[in-house]
Design a protein around this ligand. Sequence first.
Ligand SMILES: [Zn+2]
Length: 45
Amino acid sequence: MAEKTCAVCDDKLDATVIEVKIGDQTVEVCCEECALKLREARTAS
Ligand SMILES: [Zn+2]
């Protein structure tokens, strides 16, 4: 099984993974800061 990495900063994910729903898919990030960046990138269209 491949190691998961943060979708924003590419850090390895550990126990503190945060799931962010983007449309109909779920993206995993390492911290709340990255989750915010994802949401901002999504809504700033
Ligand atoms: Zn991250």
